[in-house]
Ligand binder design. Sequence first.
Ligand SMILES: Nc1nc2c(c(=O)[nH]1)N[C@H]1C(S)=C(S)[C@@H](COP(=O)(O)O)O[C@H]1N2
Ligand SMILES: [Mo]
Length: 253
Amino acid sequence: MKHLVTRRGLVGSLIAGAGLAVSGCDRLGQSEGFREALFSAEKLTMRAQRLISSREALAREFSAAEMSPVFRMNGNTLPADPAYARHAANGFADWRLVVDGLVERPLALSLGAIRALPARTQITRHDCVEGWSAIGKWTGVPLKTLLDGAGLRDGARYVIFHCADDFRGTRYYESIDLIDAFHPQTILAWGMNDAPLPIGHGAPLRLRIERQLGYKHAKFVTRVEVASTFANTGGGKGGYWEDRVGYEWYAGI
Ligand SMILES: Nc1nc2c(c(=O)[nH]1)N[C@H]1C(S)=C(S)[C@@H](COP(=O)(O)O)O[C@H]1N2
Ligand SMILES: [Mo]
């Protein structure tokens, strides 16, 4: 529940600051300037709160009738890594998802173990920065479940997704903050449109992070790393395309 601490930390410290001023300084309470300062602190709290709640709002979900007949595959559709090929050839039976970094209990989970966890299904619209969209149905484990299972350690601020595929030797990766990591629609999907996740769409496991653009939705995820910073990963900008062509790290839609 560290994310709650983080959120309360921000809003809480603003409230605490205003509260201390009121109880400690009665005389100041008479002055016009002080009242103005107090009100602006309240406004700041409110604004911070709004900012955070809008990040927590759900992305729109659609009905089955609205699903796209064709959902395009984009970026890499088959990792070149020989280890990936071996895993794919035996149905990912020996494949493991690693959850490590700033966690109390590092995990190595089989696909079977992940599929046995309570799942969430959502029909959402995928928006690619290149200008196409598609509505699909995704089923997977909420990232929150895995993070709660591993237990975040002090200093945890980001979740970095390491992928099995590369572009000319540079592995694909992505990163998100804890607000998005604990968002109810942020899932590691193993199913798409009521079938196992196809390889082209990121089998055996891909991220769905519904409040952000397509390139944040890491496919072929092999490792979920909890970290205090993403400055030391790849080129330091938080994702493959962020490093390579300067796409925004926070790709809100
Ligand atoms: N590992 C990995 N993840 C990736 C990509 C990729 O090339 N490799 N492409 C991204 C982009 S730009 C988009 S739009 C989506 C495409 O997902 P899809 O193939 O299921 O349509 O995956 C994203 N995640
Ligand atoms: Mo994309």
